[in-house]
Design a binder for this molecule. Structure first.
Ligand SMILES: Cc1cc2nc3c(=O)[nH]c(=O)nc-3n(C[C@H](O)[C@H](O)[C@H](O)COP(=O)(O)OP(=O)(O)OC[C@H]3O[C@@H](n4cnc5c(N)ncnc54)[C@H](O)[C@@H]3O)c2cc1C
Ligand SMILES: NC(=O)c1ccc[n+]([C@@H]2O[C@H](COP(=O)([O-])OP(=O)(O)OC[C@H]3O[C@@H](n4cnc5c(N)ncnc54)[C@H](OP(=O)(O)O)[C@@H]3O)[C@@H](O)[C@H]2O)c1
Length: 375
């Protein structure tokens, strides 16, 4: 075994494409048992599509921010009204077949450790966890994304709330929340899109810990490069990536402008505490007039639902035995390469956490592994 790829989203598929292009043979394809170099892609999702298969049904291809083509096969112009949760998994499934990638699923990697200089990757079938398979690898391309790690912040009183609490990760239909007022927490794209959608069926209050970062200019390639450079600087310093919106800002699309004018996309500062039936702003809450961009409101709001659109963390628990975390809480990176262990490449992590970044990262990771092996 040469390389194990963990995850078959945009990043893992791009990496698998480049491994194949570099002459490695997929485990399971004819001749793999006698090949010089092999790779296997392990993915714990039920079907092709990475995190896209889990997007809420209302997220159409027109709503998506632009989904980059995988290398070697374009995404043929889909119907803009089609849910992304169907269109993208269909494309990924065709891609896996076209390049004969032999993705093994649903198979979860539970841990990666070092064994006498090899990487020992322990995996099991999701359907029957006692079916354990161990792989010995010379290289690991980790492409496990963030979807499996929704972030729920702690706030005073959270456990005393008697209504419904859910994370944007678990949101399905606005109608599911139509039975009362909804407080949406978080200042990213998920919060904006879900607040707009939910406001069509019920009343909402939007709260953020920084004033909404509206951006009135187009997100040009130059701005994209600046955003990537900011995240790259953090991961090189061993700091965990910050929220996505903190580097991209929020686009002032015509839809979002309408939401602002209608008084829906106007945010209040974070509440001080959660009560049994809602949220409260006490004397310790941030004064909304302290910074432009926030609005004021009553000192308490009754709510049926608290919707946490508070982002995600990198899904890397299975790498814990390798002790890659730096004192800053992140992993010290050089591009896709883990500085402390160059056999390990993280793709779709930090600066490559977008479909375009994940694509490029797949190529870089394979190039880096070849360089390490040639030393
Ligand atoms: C709601 C939403 C909308 C988005 N829209 C856009 C957009 O329009 N354009 C854009 O560029 N980006 C968008 N993004 C960001 C985008 O999803 C990611 O940058 C990119 O798709 C992530 O690809 P990935 O391959 O890194 O991860 P994923 O697509 O999450 O793939 C990771 C795969 O690894 C699997 N996995 C995880 N852990 C394990 C394990 N231990 N063992 C085995 N398998 C494992 C997962 O099941 C998954 O299949 C969006 C994100 C969200 C949350
Ligand atoms: N249509 C689409 O294509 C679409 C739709 C939805 C999402 N997305 C994408 O999905 C990705 C994730 O977006 P996201 O909005 O889920 O996450 P995100 O951009 O990372 O934003 C997370 C938000 O949660 C806030 N937050 C974090 N901890 C908090 C705390 N303790 N208290 C209060 N607020 C807290 C963050 O605040 P700080 O900034 O202050 O940390 C930030 O505003 C992005 O790439 C986004 O573009 C795309």
């Amino acid at each position: 075994m040469t390389v194990v790829v963990i995850g078959a989203g945009q990043a893992g598929l791009s990496a698998a494409y480049h491994l194949r292009k570099n002459g490695l043979v997929a485990v399971g394809e004819p001749g793999w048992t006698t090949a010089d170099g092999t790779f296997v892609v392990l993915d714990d999702a039920p079907q092709a599509g990475g995190a896209w298969q889990h997007r809420w049904p209302g997220l159409t291809m027109a709503d998506a921010h632009g989904i980059h083509d995988l290398p070697g096969m374009p995404l043929v112009a889909p119907d803009p009204a089609e849910p992304a949760a169907f269109a993208v998994p269909y494309y990924f499934a065709q891609y896996e077949e076209a390049f004969d990638l032999h993705v093994q699923r649903p198979v979860r990697v539970s841990q990666v450790s070092d064994l006498e200089g090899s990487l020992l990757v322990r995996s099991h079938s999701v359907a029957s966890p006692s079916e354990v398979v161990e792989w010995r690898a010379r290289g690991l391309i980790n492409a496990s994304g963030t979807w499996n790690k929704p972030f729920w912040p702690a706030y005073p009183g959270r456990s005393s709330f008697t209504g419904r609490q859910l994370h944007g990760h678990d949101f399905q239909l606005p109608e599911d929340l139509a039975d009362g007022h909804v407080v949406v927490v978080g200042g990213g794209t998920s919060a904006v899109q879900l607040t707009l959608a939910i406001s069509r069926v019920t009343t909402t209050t939007w709260v953020t810990r920084r004033p909404p970062a509206w951006r009135d200019v187009e997100f040009t390639p130059e701005l994209g490069r600046e955003a990537v450079a900011q995240v790259d600087a953090r991961t090189r310093a061993g700091l965990p990536p910050s929220s996505i919106v903190s580097v991209t800002g929020l686009p002032l699309t015509p839809q979002n402008r309408l939401g602002i004018t209608a008084g829906v996309l106007v945010a209040r500062p974070m509440f001080s505490r959660i009560t049994a039936t809602g949220v409260e702003w006490g004397p310790d809450a941030v004064d909304p007039s302290s910074e432009p961009g926030w609005v004021d409101g009553p000192s308490s709001v009754e709510a049926r639902t608290l919707l946490w659109c508070t982002g995600f963390r990198a899904s890397l628990d299975h790498l814990a035995p390798l002790r890659l975390r730096a004192p800053g809480g992140g992993i010290v990176m050089d591009g896709t390469q883990v500085v402390a262990d160059p056999r390990i490449q993280l793709v779709g992590y930090g600066p490559s956490a977008s479909t375009v970044g994940a694509n490029r990262a797949g190529r870089e990771a394979v190039h880096n592994l070849r360089t390490v092996w040639s030393r």
